[in-house]
Design a protein around this ligand. Structure first.
Ligand code: ATP
Ligand code: FE
Length: 360
C-alpha cells in the first residue's frame, strides 16, 4: 500500500508518503514558528491560514520527492489528522445534480429564488424538478430510458460527427452540424410520446431511446440503399451542409420539441394542480448549453409569464464552480457533513435523507 499522510493539528504542516513495506518515500514539513513567534503563541486561526497556504506546495513536493507521477493510480488512501488539536475545515458533501440545479443562483444577475422549476438535461439525467429549498427537490418528470445528452452523444456517433476543437463533446458537435442544415435532404423524426397512446401518468415523463433508434435505422437504411450518397456525405470533416447536417437537425428538433412539450406540461401541472407558483424556470446540465433548446425553453417559460435562467454554456457542463457554490449554499444554511462521509454511488435527488448533513 502507498498512503499519503497529512498532519495539521498544530503549528507544523507536514505531508508524507509512506508504503506498507515501511519506507518513508517522502517527508515534507513546513514549520510555522516564525508566524507564532510574533504573537507569542499559536493563534488557531493564524495556524489554519498558514496550513492552507503551505499545504498545496507541501503536497506537490512530497509527491515529487516520492517519485509519484499519477497520484490517482499510485496512492491507495489519504490519511489526515482528525484530532486532537486544531479543527480541520468543515467538509460539505454535494449532490452533483443539486449542484447543476443551483448553478443559476451563482451565475445569474437575478438569482432564482425558491420555489423554482428546473429542467436538468445532461449525460446521465433528464429531470423536471420542483426545487423548494436546499435538499428539497421533487422529481415531477424523468426519462423512462436514455438521458437526452446520451441520445445526443449516440446520434453524433452514428453520424460520425468529429468533435469541435472548442470543446463540448459530441453534443456540441451535433448542435454545430445542425446549424448548417439546409433541408436539402428531407427528413423528420417523430417527437417521442406524442401519439396519445401513453397513459396519463407518463404525461410528464420523457423518452429518448426510440428517437435515437429511429435515427440509427434511418442512417442504416440510407447506407444500404444509397452507399454512394452516404460516402459522399462522409467526406466532410467539419460542420457543413448536407445529409449529416439535415439528419442532425431533424434529431435535435424532435428532442428539443419533446423537452419543451414536457416543460409546458409540468408548468401547467405545477401551477394549476399543485398550486405552486414558481418564481422562474431554470435549465442546467450539459444539454442546456444548446442554443436552440435555450430559445425554445425561454418561449415556454414566457407563456407562463416566467423568466428562464440558464448558466453560460461552460457552467452547464460539469465544473467545480457549481460544486463549490453548492458548498457555500449548504455552509450558509449550516449544513456540513461528518468527516466520515460516505460515497453514494446511486443517489436519487429526492432522497436526501441518506446524506444526514449535520447542523453546524
Ligand atoms: P450527469 O450530470 O447526469 O451526471 P454528466 O455530468 O456526464 O451527466 P454533463 O457534463 O452535465 O453530464 O453534460 C454532458 C452532456 O451534455 C453530454 O451528453 C453532451 O453531449 C451534452 N452536451 C454538451 N453540450 C451540448 C450541446 N451544445 N447540445 C446538446 N448537448 C450537449
Ligand atoms: Fe453533470
Amino acid at each position: 500500500w502507498t498512503v499519503i499522510g497529512i498532519e495539521t493539528s498544530c503549528d507544523d504542516t507536514s505531508v508524507a508518503v509512506v508504503t506498507s513495506d515501511r519506507r518513508v518515500r517522502a517527508l515534507v514539513t513546513r514549520h510555522q514558528t516564525k508566524q507564532h513567534e510574533a504573537t507569542g503563541g499559536i493563534v488557531p486561526t493564524a495556524a489554519a491560514i498558514a496550513h492552507s497556504m503551505a499545504l498545496p506546495g507541501a503536497i506537490r513536493e512530497a509527491l515529487e520527492t516520492a517519485g509519484i507521477r499519477n497520484a490517482c493510480e499510485e496512492i491507495d488512501a489519504v490519511a489526515v489528522t482528525r484530532g486532537p488539536g486544531l479543527a480541520p475545515k468543515p467538509l460539505v458533501g454535494v449532490h452533483h445534480m443539486e449542484a447543476h440545479a443551483l448553478t443559476p443562483r451563482l451565475t445569474q444577475e437575478a438569482p432564482p429564488e425558491f420555489p423554482f422549476l428546473s429542467l436538468l438535461a445532461s449525460g446521465g439525467h433528464t429531470l423536471l424538478l420542483l426545487s423548494e429549498g436546499l435538499s428539497r427537490h421533487t422529481i415531477l418528470g424523468t426519462t423512462l430510458d436514455d438521458a437526452v445528452g446520451e441520445a445526443f452523444d449516440k446520434v453524433a456517433r452514428t453520424l460520425v460527427l468529429p468533435w469541435l476543437p472548442t470543446g463540448g463533446g459530441a453534443g456540441a458537435a451535433l448542435e454545430q452540424w445542425a446549424a448548417h442544415a439546409t433541408g436539402g435532404y428531407a427528413v423528420t423524426f417523430p417527437v417521442p410520446m406524442r401519439d396519445g397512446r401513453d397513459k396519463p401518468a407518463s404525461r410528464l415523463n420523457m423518452s429518448f431511446s426510440g428517437l435515437k433508434t429511429s435515427v440509427f435505422r434511418h442512417v442504416q437504411t440510407l447506407q444500404e440503399s444509397d452507399p454512394a450518397a452516404w460516402s459522399a456525405a462522409m467526406a466532410s470533416t467539419e460542420p457543413s451542409s448536407g445529409i449529416r447536417a439535415d439528419i442532425a437537425r431533424a434529431f435535435q428538433d424532435a428532442a428539443v420539441t419533446h423537452l419543451a412539450d414536457r416543460l409546458d406540461c409540468v408548468l401547467a401541472e405545477t401551477i394549476t394542480v399543485r398550486k405552486v407558483h414558481p418564481t422562474c424556470v431554470v435549465a442546467a446540465g450539459g444539454v442546456a448549453a444548446n442554443q436552440v433548446l435555450r430559445a425554445r425553453l425561454g418561449d415556454v417559460a414566457g407563456k407562463y409569464g416566467l423568466r428562464i435562467e440558464i448558466p453560460p454554456p461552460r457552467l452547464c457542463t460539469d465544473n467545480a464552480a457549481m460544486i463549490a457554490w453548492t458548498g457555500i449554499e449548504r455552509l450558509r444554511a449550516g449544513l456540513v457533513d461528518p468527516w466520515a462521509l460516505d460515497y453514494v454511488p446511486k443517489w436519487p435527488l429526492n432522497e436526501f435523507k441518506q446524506s444526514e448533513s449535520a447542523r453546524l
